[in-house]
Design a protein around this ligand. Structure first.
Ligand code: MRU
Length: 355
């Protein structure tokens, strides 16, 4: 499985996903500005992966802060936090990484500043390792819902490339394959940035998982013909009521699934769940520049001067979501809030196959 990001020799090495699948090129980021630029330009993308990149960017930024004590150190880190937070607004994982770093530092506030800097590097590496384990757990829970012979549709890329490895939406697919189930995957190409075409199709082919690429417009026809058994997608931010923000086009796919009686699952690590927001209407949605729509790989495909709207994410209301696959189990969207309650009996409300 290809490595998306790692912290090596005091640098953050990221696979430049804008060049895939034509070239496999890594970029070494030597400071946090380079990490922030990598996130903005989609060299690294996918909610968990940008959370990991943010944790590593914080560790790089901290290295260059000159401070005599804890308070000075925290003040010096503020521009690092703000720069990373300003890169992409929809995925909650950057905020999650910033909060995790702040919590760690405040717990260790009595350590010398140099030790705090080391701790941030150690923790950033841990975030990466933990993410892979979380995806494997998501995979185990989710694979229960995939039967031998099923065809799964996915949208965008919520695979190894979008995470520390293994993937969230691809987790259940990978586990099902490891369990010997014969399954097929349809990958929506995912206009405009083509993450499904360039990334999902590529990474599944690398691992010999049967994948068929379709245009986004084809999903409805295949669902109507009964050729798809279930959908599994990722999320950038799922909120307390179970509404799900994910790559633009997810909502259309979810509505089509409901119309055709096909279960629609969302793979969501806890790092992508924002319990502080009650409804999807309050999720900040990123709009990106027009060139992603007017050009493909630098080649213009639209008339010069045309007006463009490039909304990067949409919100799928909870009523279209069959289950949310987390590392703690699979839950109906309406029960998601229980994950944030201390003594909730999660076992009792977990969604089981066939329900
Ligand atoms: O714009 P992107 O490529 O960062 O969008 C990515 C997605 O929408 C993914 O589905 C989501 O981040 C989940 S990744 C496990």
């Amino acid at each position: 499985m290809v490595k998306t990001i790692e912290f090596v020799d005091g640098k953050v090495r990221m696979l430049d996903q804008t060049r895939l699948p034509l070239e496999v090129v890594y970029v070494d980021c030597t400071d946090y500005h380079m990490v922030a630029e990598g996130i903005k330009k989609l060299r690294i993308r996918g909610a968990p992966a940008i959370g990991i990149a943010a944790a590593m960017g914080i560790a790089l930024g901290a290295r260059d802060v000159r401070a005599a004590d804890f308070d000075e150190f925290m003040n010096g880190l503020e521009p690092v936090f703000q720069t990373l937070l300003a890169t992409r607004p929809t995925a909650v994982n950057i905020q999650w990484a910033v909060e995790r770093a702040k919590k760690l530092l405040s717990e260790k506030r009595h350590e010398p500043v140099d030790r705090l800097k080391e701790l941030l590097v150690e923790d950033a590496k841990k975030v990466l390792e933990e993410d892979i384990q979380i995806n494997r757990a998501i995979g185990r829970w989710g694979a229960q819902f995939i039967r031998d012979g099923d065809t799964v549709i996915t949208h965008c890329n919520a695979g190894s490339l979008a995470t520390g490895g293994y993937g969230t939406a691809t987790g259940p697919i990978r586990v099902a394959v490891e369990q010997g189930k014969k399954i097929q995957v349809y990958a929506d190409e995912t206009r405009p940035v083509l993450q499904g075409c360039r990334l999902t199709a590529w990474e599944l082919m690398q691992d010999n998982i049967p994948v068929t690429l379709i245009t986004d417009n084809t999903a409805g026809a295949l669902l109507r013909k009964g050729e798809i058994n279930l959908a599994i997608v990722g999320t950038d931010r799922t909120v307390a009521n179970g509404d799900v923000a994910n790559k633009i086009g997810t909502y259309s796919l979810a509505v089509l699934c409901k119309e055709n009686g096909v279960p629609f699952y969302v793979a969501a690590p806890l790092s992508s769940i924002d319990f502080s927001i009650p409804s999807g209407d309050l999720i900040p949605i990123e709009e990106r520049g027009p060139e992603e729509v007017t050009h493909v790989f630098g080649c213009r495909i639209a008339p010069e001067g045309v007006r463009v709207r490039n909304i990067a994410f949409d919100v799928t209301p909870a009523r279209y979501v069959t289950g949310i696959i987390t590392e703690k189990g699979v839950f109906r969207p309406g029960d998601l809030h229980l994950l944030n309650e201390k003594d909730a009996d999660l076992e009792a409300v977990m969604l089981k196959p066939g329900e």
